[in-house]
Structure formats: C-alpha cells, structure tokens
Write a protein that binds this ligand. Structure first.
Ligand code: CS2
Ligand code: MG
Length: 405
C-alpha cells in the first residue's frame, strides 16, 4: 500500500540539451520521476503538466497505474497528440518508478521479470565522406557495439540529416531562437546512399548489424526502390522511409523489398501503428516510452506486435532523457519480442544530472537492480543548467520549398 501523491513538480534543465522531468512525491516520502521531453517543444509539455495535470495528481493513489493512465487519456477528451501523450507518459513513468520503489524491486521485475540477460544496443556512426564513415564505424565497434546506424553526406548538398560536415558526433537540435534551415534533394540522396551502405557492409563483413535512417523523406516508390537497392547491404533495418502520416505507403514499399522496415519514433499511441502491425507492413516498431504513453501503453503496443512477429525497438536518441531511456531498458529486459535498443549516448553532464543504474557494456544494456526505474535527478546540479531555447532543423528542397526534415 503506497501513500497518496502530495506533490507534483516539473523540472526543466539543460545539461547539454533541454529535458523536461516530472517529479511526484508521496506522503510516505517516495519520489518518482518521469520524462516529458519533446525536442524543440519542451515548454509546451512543461505547461501542460504544470497547468493541467499536476493539480489533478495531488491526492491520487500512485499504485493505481492503469487507472491513472485511463483518467488522463480519457479525461482530457482531446485525445492523443505528442504534447498530451508526452505528459501522460511522464506521469506513467513516475508512478511505475514509485511502485518499484515501494516494492523494493526494479521495474523489470514488476513487468514479469527478465526474459533475457541483456539487451542488444545500436549506436550512430556518421561522417560526411565514406573513408571517415568507415573509420567511425570501426571506432563504434571498438567501443563494443555490435549494431551501428550509418549516415553519410550527399554530394551536392550542404547539410543532411544525421551528419555534420566536420564532426563525427551528431546532435540535430541547435540552441538559438529559430531552426537551422537544411537543404534536401531526394534524387541526389538516392544516387548516393546505396553505394555508401554497400561499401560499409563490404568493410565490416557479414556479422555487424547495420542500420540506416531515411528520416521520413521518400515517396512510396522512392522508398521501394531504396529498399531494393539496399538488399545487398543486408541491413538490420531501414528506418522511417516515408512520412509517418502516410501509413498506406508501407504497403507499396513492402511489396517490392525484403529489406526489414522500422518505423514509429513520432507515433504516440497504438492507433498510429495498429494497421502497420496487424497487416505486417513493418518489422520493428520504434515507439518511445517518453512519447507513446509510458510503460503502460508501450506494453500494449508490444503485445499486439508480438502476435504478428513485429519486434520492439524503441527510439533512444539523446533527446529522450536518461529517465525514459531507463524505462525502455526495463521493458527490454522483460519483453519477449524486444529486439534492440537505440543508444545514441548522452552528454557527460546529462549522466551527472540523471545518475542511473542502467549501464552499457560490450554492446549490451542492462537496467540494473536499483528499485523503481533506477534513475534519480540531482536537482541542485540540474538547477545550474536552465532551459535554453533550441530547435530541430527544418529542410527545404533546392527550389526553396519546405520539405520533410
Ligand atoms: C532519430 C532522431 O534517433 C533517431 O532515429 O531519427 O535523431 C530524431 O531525429 C530526433 O530524435 C529528433 O528529435
Ligand atoms: Mg530515426
């Protein structure tokens, strides 16, 4: 029996980049944390929580996780959407954290216990030119990774998603009061990407799991062609080939290629992916604990996916905080159809502000044995890094029209 919630607070901090964290406190002194970060729109979720949700949480029984979820989802009337669902996710993660702490157990134990010893992780390798990309992939393998996402520059373009011209690390958001404008030309990308990924495959040999992200930019026909041309590169997956709104597109892509398809980082409910799952149009569902309703809703999505042999592979960029990253790792250890966890890594300051029990070693992640989610917040340190305006880039085609970033 857990005591009721007596305090709900939003912590906005920027250790390297902005994060929005919900902190719930119970009458018996337990504290639960949830992540509500939506990259480039952070303060909208902070306000949704502060102004509309936190006042409702005081007095509730945090042990009633599912009821709390239903109350916030059905009770809003205006359902779904990234801001609403990020706020619900944060509450869900915080009450799972409290339940684990009250039970003295790591959350993965509450979810049914471990079904594997460790969780396969993939990270990013990016460089503008192929020789540097091959060096970066090698460096990631040296770090222990057995799965790597490779992104390169495109001749003729100045800027491309997933890669900075002069750096081997990639962080899409940039601080400032307006988005950076990137350029995009799908034809140039399609002429170049297959040769790059095939060269990476030749360089690394057959075993390394190789991934690539097209970041929602292709038409169904272009995506089908890319999938086909990438078959010799034997990808673990090709991600986000078409814009997420056009789910019918995946039908056409699927008919033309056996390259495995992954999608879902911008989805926020099961309704965004139920047809993709039940019609077996994708191989991996990439919803994140911070954006698609927390642990409670991800479990439902993953259970549906299990029936159709679609595997779970949550989004794990630097813009989901170590809190929801930890939640994802608990799900990974306890969910049978969990395939792989993206692990882009964090700024060293983020590791300090959010001390965590989850760990990475030898290519795999483990949530650790700390009760709850196992991620705390050093609030004094967090206060030293106030929010800084930052935006994701936007993209325009070479004729100047807006396009998908
Ligand atoms: C991405 C992200 O990790 C991924 O696969 O597509 O880099 C994405 O662009 C960012 O999370 C946007 O905030
Ligand atoms: Mg992606």
């Amino acid at each position: 029996m857990t005591d009721r919630i007596i305090g709900a607070e939003v912590i906005v901090t920027s250790p390297g980049r902005n994060y929005v964290t919900l902190k719930l406190q119970t009458a018996d002194g337990l504290v639960g944390y949830g992540d509500a970060t939506v990259n480039g729109r952070e303060l909208a979720v902070a306000s949704y929580l502060r102004d509309h949700i936190n006042p409702l949480l005081v007095g509730i029984d945090p042990a009633q996780i599912e009821d709390t979820w239903q109350y916030l989802y059905r009770g809003a009337y205006w359902r779904r959407g990234p801001i609403t669902m990020a706020a619900i996710s944060a509450v869900d993660l915080a009450v799972w954290d409290i339940k684990g702490k009250a039970a003295g157990m790591p959350v993965y134990q509450l979810l049914g216990g471990a079904v594997r010893d460790r969780i396969l992780a993939y990270t990013h390798a990016s460089a503008w030119e192929l020789p540097e990309l091959l060096d970066t992939v090698d460096a990631r393998r040296q770090d222990g990774f057995r799965a790597v996402r490779a992104q390169s520059g495109v001749p003729g373009l100045e800027t491309v998603y997933g890669v900075h011209r002069d750096a081997h690390d990639y962080e899409p958001a940039s601080r400032g009061t307006a988005p950076v404008v990137e350029s995009w030309d799908t034809d140039a990308y399609l002429r170049h990407a297959p040769s790059v990924l095939t060269a990476v495959r030749e360089h690394v040999g057959p075993e390394l799991a190789l991934l690539h992200d097209a970041h929602h930019r292709l038409t169904p026909q272009q995506a089908a062609r890319l999938g086909k041309e990438l078959e010799p590169a034997d990808l673990f997956w090709l991600e986000d080939v078409t814009p997420a709104e056009n789910q019918d597109a995946l039908r056409l892509v699927r008919q033309h290629t056996t390259t495995p398809l992954a999608i879902g980082e911008v989805f926020n409910t099961i309704y965004d992916c139920k047809d993709l799952i039940t019609e077996q149009l994708i191989d991996f569902i990439r919803v994140a604990a911070a954006h698609a309703g927390g642990i409670s809703h991800l479990r439902k999505i993953f259970a549906l996916a299990d029936v159709y042999q679609v595997r779970a592979a949550p989004h794990g960029p630097s813009d989901v905080s170590p809190v929801s990253f930890g939640a994802s790792v608990h799900l990974g250890l306890s969910t049978h159809n969990f395939a792989i966890q993206e692990y882009m890594g964090y700024d060293p300051l983020a590791h300090e502000v959010f001390p965590h029990s989850w760990s990475f070693s030898d290519g795999y992640l483990h949530p650790g044995e700390a009760p709850g989610l196992g991620v705390e917040v050093d609030e004094q340190l967090a206060a030293k890094f106030p929010y800084e305006p930052a935006y994701l880039p936007v993209a325009r085609t070479l004729d100047g029209a807006m396009t998908d970033w």
